[in-house]
Design a protein around this ligand. Structure first.
Ligand SMILES: Cc1ncc(COP(=O)(O)O)c(C=O)c1O
Length: 235
């Protein structure tokens, strides 16, 4: 039995309506921009495996590093322990970040990174004795598929069934409406979350530099935290 048929008997796929979706294509190899199907066809992976494989498949440099690391230590719990790759990557990230960003907190995917950022923002105010429960996000935003990330994302067919479980997020489309929200909810907003540079899943909408700069200034002025969700831009 081929992979496609075996798959149909035991798997469900993300963002897929199993009844009407075409059967998944069995992939056995990847090299650079090419995927190879189990029946020997080559497919150009023009979406870089849903945007996560920007250096190509089976990159020899990355594979060599993976193998080397797996032989050294494949996993060490991060509460109470640390290890060289974690420290080195954080040092290199901090070196290229704006000077006031001095710490890295690792997460395991885009959605949980967003959860972590929302929780950090909430807890930042809580630690100061303020209970700020309101978040602001942009029209057309996509931040992931866990509950906090769904709340921050704009409405879609994928979030609709869960709407009653999501916390409230105020939504705005431009600097004027963001400022109005800040003015009307002073002292209540924990953070604004944006996809800087471009809104990816929302339609590859590229921001003007003035928008991001303006938002940064507004956040300083009204003392609101700014969360930059760089999942799509690879940061
Ligand atoms: C801006 C942004 N944030 C968060 C996510 C969620 O990432 P993940 O699919 O790894 O949970 C995505 C996924 O495309 C994204 O584009």
């Amino acid at each position: 039995m081929n992979l496609t048929r075996r798959d149909r008997q035991v798997l469900w796929h993300p963002y897929t309506q199993e009844k009407i979706a075409p059967p998944p294509i069995g992939i056995v190899r990847g090299r650079g921009v090419w995927l190879e199907t189990e029946d020997g066809r080559k497919i150009l992976d023009a979406i870089s495996s849903w945007w996560v494989n920007i250096h190509g498949h089976a990159h020899p440099f990355l594979n060599e590093a993976l193998a080397r690391q797996a032989n050294e230590i494949e996993h060490a719990m991060f509460a109470g322990f640390t290890h060289r790759p974690a420290v080195e990557l954080a040092e290199r990230l901090v070196a290229v970040l704006p000077r006031n960003l001095t710490r890295v907190f690792y997460s395991d995917n885009g959605s949980t990174a967003v959860e972590v950022a929302l929780k950090m923002a909430f807890q930042f105010w809580r630690n100061r004795g303020e209970e700020r429960k309101t978040f602001v996000a942009l029209t057309g935003a996509y931040h992931g598929d866990t509950f906090g990330a769904m709340a921050a994302s704009d409405d879609s067919a994928f979030t609709a069934p869960f709407k009653s479980l999501l916390f409230k997020v105020l939504r705005a489309g431009d600097l004027e409406s963001i400022e109005q929200i800040f003015r009307e909810n002073e002292g209540e907003i924990a953070a604004v979350i944006i996809e800087p540079m471009l809104q990816g899943a929302g339609g590859m909408i590229i921001w003007k530099r003035e928008f991001v700069d303006g938002l940064r200034k507004l956040c300083d002025e009204y003392e609101v935290l700014l969360i930059a969700d760089e999942v799509l831009t690879g940061f």
